[in-house]
Write a protein that binds this ligand. Structure first.
Ligand code: BGC
Length: 227
């Protein structure tokens, strides 16, 4: 069972033994405030509607080390710091559970496993993940690095800015972020995902590959192959 906890929505999809979706992706709104108790309640409710599953992969929108949450900028770091989400979910589901950063999880779903691959997700915030020859450098938090005018990458291309500026202007900002990152990371491929990718209105360079949220959820399957 692959779970994606986002700043706006919580998504769930069951995958079969070969990583193919066995049902429609389910989605419910992230509660506000998004405390561990409130998120836990939604997760339990959604899990009831899922087919039988053997293990659970969770993408969480913050820094996660050994299943323990360290930050959660878009949910509320104050609620989540040091919360052992992996252990809590394992107890609740009585199944093996792995919790990692959301962009890291989606990256596992879409990388080719060759060379340097950067993954960016455009959603409520900006997720980032870096892979070398298919191996993850965990918890890269590019979103919180300053980009321009005292604003971070996340503050420039987040969902709130898309709504404020409109697609055209926001797309230029995405382009600018890519142009800044390309000569720094010198990646072979940049995988660009997240719900807001569909609103991009500029032509992107050839080494940028777009992926959907469902593609990213494949990472919930592949995660168990990368241990
Ligand atoms: C968090 C990241 C997360 C991204 C996308 C950022 O605010 O710090 O950990 O991957 O949002 O959800």
């Amino acid at each position: 069972l692959c779970v994606d906890i986002g700043g706006t929505g919580i998504k769930m999809l069951a995958l079969d033994g070969r990583g193919r979706p066995v049902n429609e992706r389910a989605r419910m709104l992230t509660p506000n405030p998004a405390t561990p108790a409130a998120v836990g309640k939604i997760l339990r409710k959604m899990i009831e509607g899922q087919p039988r599953f053997d293990r659970v992969s969770v993408g969480f929108p913050g820094v996660v080390v050994n299943g323990v949450v360290h930050t959660a900028v878009n949910l509320g770091t104050k609620y989540w710091t040091q919360f052992d989400l992996q252990t809590e979910l394992r107890k609740a589901c009585k199944r093996p559970v792995r919790v990692i950063n959301d962009a890291d999880l989606q990256g596992y779903g879409v990388i080719d496993g060759r060379g340097v691959e950067l993954v960016l997700t455009l959603g409520t915030g900006l997720g980032s993940a870096l892979f070398l020859e298919g191996k993850l450098v965990p918890n890269l938090e590019l979103g919180h690095h300053p980009l321009k005018k005292g604003k971070t990458y996340e503050e420039r291309v987040c969902d709130a800015e898309l709504k404020r500026l409109g697609k055209k202007e926001w797309s230029r900002r995405v382009e600018e972020a890519i142009e800044t990152l390309e000569p720094i990371f010198n990646y072979d491929v940049l995988h660009l995902g997240g719900g807001n990718t569909q609103h991009i209105r500029v032509k992107l360079p050839k080494n940028v590959k777009i992926f959907t949220n469902v593609d990213g959820m494949m990472g919930g399957f592949r995660l168990w192959e990368h241990d």
